[in-house]
Design a protein around this ligand. Sequence first.
Ligand code: ZN
Length: 246
Amino acid sequence: MSSTLLWSRDLVTAGTVLFQRALDSLDDAALTEPTALEGWTRAHVVAHVAANAEALVNLATWARTGVETPMYASPEQRGSDIEKGAVKPAAELREWFCDSAAGLDKALGALDGECWTRLVRTAQGRTVPATEVPWMRTREVMVHAVDLDGGVGFDDLPTDFLIEVLHDAAAKRSRGADGPAVVLVSTDPTDTVDGTPRSTAWPVVGVGEAVQVRGPLAQLAAYITGRDHTGLTTDGGTLPGLPRWL
Ligand code: ZN
């Protein structure tokens, strides 16, 4: 397994632990309370993350067998699975999260060198090598661990993840180029990877003159994913709002 792949599978594990920590901190009644995600209770978030693991098992199966196995049968199925899952008894919902995460770990563990290079299709219709599947999972467990509002915040997420999600979200928003143009600038101390300084600015292509948004990595990541953030400053312009991503 390549070092990148090992790294991304480690991040899946770290994100799963954080999601579990947030979930364990909440009692059953708290699961029925609303989140900052429009129309979703915490139970919806858990159901979505559990269903996501099962959908990614489909992609792992596709990569292993070469037989086309989409994440979801349809967008409607994706939505109805979340709605049905959200009304499950709390104990069942908690078990679903654990079992589905373990199932995905097992399915990814069954892939060998050649399988990882096979092309699969995401729910958004992008064709990607199977090596991208661990990262797709990492984004979901990390960001939704924060959405659970159970004591895990963006500050608790690993720096490697924050940097990667800034790259990924900036690239995604730049491809659409239909939101505000911004440049995200980290005010965290610069560090290096193998002697090379890490990137500390992420331009987002969009509408209008780019506004520079400065702050700690964790808060920039919260901002770029459309979540609540604090302590960000701009170069004079107003901080443009961004829609939710993930
Ligand atoms: Zn999601």
